[in-house]
Design a protein around this ligand. Structure first.
Ligand code: G16
Length: 573
């Protein structure tokens, strides 16, 4: 159903609109090309089973050009007969909030405008992705269809003059389409209140010997942090760093890791390798950071870094501290992406619940959450996570940075109920976990902006090695390579197959290294190298010492340094 006022604009389309790991991410100047956004949006509508009468949610992380993109989407939505669009005030919505809104308001889907953790501004990145009616990212069959339509598109439909003043909360009907501008935080905050025991967490925050610092990195997490951490839980304003969203993230790189979240990392008494800084006084007890669109999180204790893989395992092992899981009779399933460490697997084994391993990409968790494995029951909860600083649960269908912080605050609050006892720290809790379950030493090396042909050469070498591999081979004393393959995922629900999801090299003791090409960069190629080694007893080593041999084996076997000329990774997490 198209509207009477619509105009059809003839276009020749673009050849570079293939969605990556999480939607389309490109330099802003690419998005600024005439018709670029409209073509992608029209191709998305053309991929759905009819767009007439749809209700959609639209919002983004507030980066440069978001405001223009929202208005363009409104025009194309009106041209395609969309019934209603729900927009966050000033076009602002975090990625988890969009997912929550789609579910809560029973919308048919939504557009999220973000390039996540990539820097923003006129010379940096923009992004757009479509989420479906379960609140999660479009599955692969749909992104494939969208891409194929972007290659075929010859016209798009729009209604001119569909712009709406997004600063005013309320509803307007324009050109037959309803546009409702809503408070960006209210629905999400209500959801968090329904999941966590805010009273218990407030008691922890009120303790004189506990200090929590949160860094929103000038991304969209700021308003949510103010609404939940400040207004609901009483965290002092001076403990909320960089909580004013800026369209260029203040010139920073809004990626919550040890390198890019350096301000918080230093406040928490750490260097960029996660080592304790000496002589640092008055370090807070708990620190956390978000990325641009607020779906990622990094968790730090006093001079102590918690790896995302450990964070997943810890939250899962302590899910009983969170009413959402407790009231449902406990955690029912855990899932992780393949490169994420196996720490959570050990928890699942102990809890005697199923554990799933999916490819990198949050979209792969959605089917598990919606399926009959989960009993199609909201109260049949799953926790999932990724090494890329993403953790979440079946409360929505995106990873959720603020949720992860509230989960940690719940664990800390539960362990510190008695204000007369000495504070049990993040480090105490993690080390107790390692004592009980063993420790998965883990780190990731990122080689960013590598020339694409050189990155491909590295990967071709790995493919060749795997193809010729027959019998176990001793690579170094104590390290026998017993298995290597390219990870292939067979979705247990829709039986779809996703191939080429990472090159795995697994030793006879289970330690491993994995190579992947990132699907979220916007310049050249990013090679990721993931390294993991499990120790049941020896839990006090430094990560660097524990993984040293595996790192050099991976670099030798791949010939990465020779081929790319890179002696050091850009980032180690
Ligand atoms: C996205 C995906 C995640 C993925 C991450 C890194 O996160 O949603 O599932 O782990 O990218 O992907 P890659 O290794 O391909 O760069 P985000 O926060 O960027 O939306």
């Amino acid at each position: 159903m198209k509207r009477d006022l619509e105009e059809a604009i003839s276009v020749s389309g673009f050849v570079d609109q293939k969605p990556g790991t999480s939607g389309l991410r490109k330099k802003t100047v690419i998005f600024q090309q005439p018709h670029y956004v409209e073509c992608f949006v029209q191709s998305t509508f053309d991929s759905l089973d009819g767009s007439g009468g749809l209700t959609l949610v639209v919002g983004g992380d507030g980066r440069f050009y978001n405001d223009v993109m929202v208005q363009k989407i409104l025009g194309v939505a009106a041209g395609n007969g969309v019934k209603k669009v729900i927009v966050g005030q000033n076009g602002i919505l975090s990625t988890p909030a969009v997912s929550a809104l789609i579910r809560e308001l029973k919308a048919d889907g939504g557009f999220i405008l973000t390039a996540s953790h990539n820097p923003g501004g006129p010379s940096n990145d923009c992004g757009i992705k479509y989420n479906v009616s379960n609140g999660g990212p479009a599955p692969e069959y749909l992104t494939d269809r969208i891409y194929s339509n972007t290659l075929k598109i010859i016209k798009y439909f729009r209604v001119a003059n569909s712009e709406v003043d997004l600063s005013k909360i309320g509803t307007v009907v324009k050109n037959g389409m309803e546009v409702q501008v809503i408070d960006s935080t209210a629905v999400y905050r209500d959801l968090m209140e329904s999941i966590f025991d805010m009273k218990l967490i407030s008691a922890l925050i009120a303790r004189a010997d506990f200090r929590f610092v949160y860094d929103a990195m000038h991304g969209v997490a700021g308003p949510y942090a103010k609404s939940i951490f400040r207004e609901l839980l009483g965290v002092p304003m001076e403990c909320l760093l960089n909580c004013d969203p800026l369209d260029d993230f203040g010139g920073g790189h809004p990626d919550p890791n040890l390198t890019y979240a350096h301000e918080l990392v230093e406040v928490m008494g750490l260097n960029s390798k996660g080592e304790a800084l000496s002589g640092k006084e008055s370090v807070p007890d708990f620190g956390a950071a978000a990325d641009g669109d607020a779906d990622r999180n990094m968790v730090l204790g006093k001079s102590f870094f918690v790896t995302p893989s450990d964070s997943l395992a810890l939250i899962a092992a302590n899910a009983h501290c969170i009413p959402y899981f407790r009231d449902a009779g406990g955690l029912k399933t855990i899932a992780r992406s393949m490169p994420t460490s196996g720490a959570a697997d050990i928890v699942a084994k102990k809890l005697n619940i199923p554990m799933y391993q999916v490819p990198t990409g949050w979209k792969f968790f959605g089917n598990l959450m919606d399926s009959s494995i989960m009993g199609k029951d909201e109260k049949n909860p799953l926790i999932c996570g990724e090494e890329s600083f993403g953790t979440g649960s079946s409360h929505i269908r995106e990873k959720d940075g603020i949720w992860a912080v509230l989960a940690w605050l719940s664990i800390l609050a539960d362990r510190n109920k008695d204000p007369n006892l000495k504070l049990v720290s993040v480090q105490n809790i993690v080390e107790e976990h390692w004592k009980e379950y063993g420790r998965n030493y883990y780190c990731r090396y990122d080689y960013e902006e590598v020339q694409s042909d050189l990155a491909n050469e590295v990967m071709q070498g790995l493919t060749k090695y795997i193809g010729e591999f027959t019998d176990p081979v001793l690579l170094a004393p104590g390290y026998t390579l017993s298995e290597c393959d390219e990870f292939e995922y067979h979705d247990p629900i829709d039986e779809s197959v996703s191939s080429h999801q990472g090159w795995r090299f697994i030793m006879s003791d289970g330690s491993r290294f994995v190579f992947r090409l990132s699907g979220t960069g916007s310049v050249g190629a990013t090679i990721r190298l993931y390294i993991e080694k499990f120790e049941a007893k020896d839990i006090k080593m430094t990560t660097a010492a524990a993984l040293e041999t595996l790192v050099s084996l991976a670099l030798d076997l791949s010939n990465l340094q020779n081929i790319t000329g890179r002696n050091e990774p850009t980032v180690i997490t």
